[in-house]
Design a protein around this ligand. Structure first.
Ligand SMILES: [Zn+2]
Length: 399
């Protein structure tokens, strides 16, 4: 099995559709030890069965960006029979979500439910049924540390946590908490024998604050706390993911703050960083140094949105991405990234119940692009526009 994995990785590298970091292969001598494919085929039929070598254990991880519930997105879930449902938001990427061992989503706005009044920009509040759709789509982890976490103050956080606990207790809810103890317990998920820790923070909460003594409610990018959490995560897990809500909105490049935090995450032993908040995609980078390699997705952009803004650059907000990473355990018991890539996504806006949705760029057509109502806000939107943006930001990682 090991041999097949290595050849598979080599073929993928040659094909150029995914990035493999050769330094991340289990050992530099592993590939030459494998004979050619023909030799393997020739000898296979004349020799005894190969010794049983246990297959290396792997975990696949996927993550999507901001589920940004502008009013048209919320309204798209209000069906003609009066019910509320949001399965349409995820239905065209559900296969990819379900395929991942660990699927993560950034829930940009609080899900406080209708009792607090559903609302869009600037103080958002989403319906609980969005959470039902997230669970039904196959997500395992929902991130709530965002600048909109306190849009409905403490009541929003409380309602949201109670919703998840009562209706989807299996969902890992990160970034908002109702006690210091739950905040301090680093989330670790073990899959196929590999322990994965996930930490979620936000740079701020749009000036909203919690009552004195309840600052644990939203996980903030506070340096001493982040360093302590990462030390704890590294001690408990084989692989550490940080999901920061950071950066400058609508910019296609990481800013100085993102670079600074990236250095801190690296120093503290993080293996993978997946960022959100800019509402547009940003590059993917490998940070190398004495502590090995760390992979950074600076921003996955929006998973879904329906901004009311108009003008040049608005089309960028329709392009998001799913990060896809495979983590493998080597012979020495160290987890490493054996494969990674991005799957570009497009928010498709049409008015009417169940009409707003997200497609894979690979499934999108120019005819569909022409029907996307974002064209009224930014006429530059087209299939080629989206393809060019992905190529510009992701280079040959995009496929
Ligand atoms: Zn945000």
């Amino acid at each position: 099995m090991r041999k097949f994995l290595l050849w598979f990785l080599l073929l993928l590298t040659l094909a150029g559709c995914r990035k493999i970091d050769p330094a991340q292969l289990p050992s530099a001598t592993s590939v030459p030890q494998d004979t050619s494919l023909e030799e393997t085929a020739d000898t296979a039929s004349t020799t005894a069965p190969p010794l049983e070598t246990p297959a290396p254990q792997s975990v696949t991880i996927s993550m999507v960006g901001d589920v940004l519930l502008h009013e048209p997105v919320t309204e798209s879930g209000h069906m003609t029979d009066g019910s509320w449902q949001y399965g349409h938001l995820f239905q065209n990427v559900q296969k990819e979500i379900e395929a991942a061992d660990v699927a993560i989503v950034n829930q940009e706005v609080i899900l406080g439910g209708r009792a607090l009044g559903l609302s869009g920009y600037p103080n958002f509040n989403g319906a609980f049924e969005v959470g039902d759709a997230i669970a039904d789509a196959g997500f395992d982890v929902v991130l709530h540390a965002t600048n909109h976490a306190l849009d409905k103050k403490e009541a929003g956080v409380k309602n949201c946590l109670e919703f998840w606990r009562a209706n989807h207790p299996e969902m890992a809810v990160l970034g908002i908490y109702d006690s210091p103890e739950t905040r301090d317990a680093v989330y670790v998920r073990e899959v196929n024998g590999i322990r994965i820790a996930i930490l979620n923070y936000t740079y701020g909460t749009n000036g909203m604050t919690l009552p004195a003594g309840s600052s644990y409610g939203v996980n903030m990018l506070e340096e001493s706390q982040v360093r302590a959490d990462l030390a704890s995560a590294a001690a408990q897990a084989d692989f550490v993911i940080v999901a920061p809500h950071w950066g400058t909105e609508y910019t296609l490049e990481p800013d100085a703050s993102q670079k600074r935090w990236t250095r801190i995450f690296y120093e503290c032993g993080a293996d993978l960083v997946i960022g959100t908040h800019p509402h547009v995609i940003q590059p993917v980078e490998i940070i190398t140094g004495e502590k090995g390699d760390m992979l950074v997705y600076y921003s996955l952009g929006n998973f879904v949105n329906a901004t009311a803004e108009t003008g040049s650059g608005i089309a960028n907000r329709m392009v998001g991405a799913m990060a896809q990473i495979t983590v493998t355990m080597d012979d020495q018991g160290s987890a490493y990234i054996s494969d990674y890539g991005v799957l570009p996504l497009i928010t498709h806006i049409q008015t009417g119940p169940g009409q707003i949705t997200t497609y894979k760029l690979s499934d999108y057509t120019q005819a569909m692009a022409e029907e996307n109502e974002i064209c009224k806000s930014d006429p530059s939107f087209s299939l080629k526009y989206c393809q060019d943006l992905c190529r510009k930001v992701f280079g040959d990682l995009s496929y």
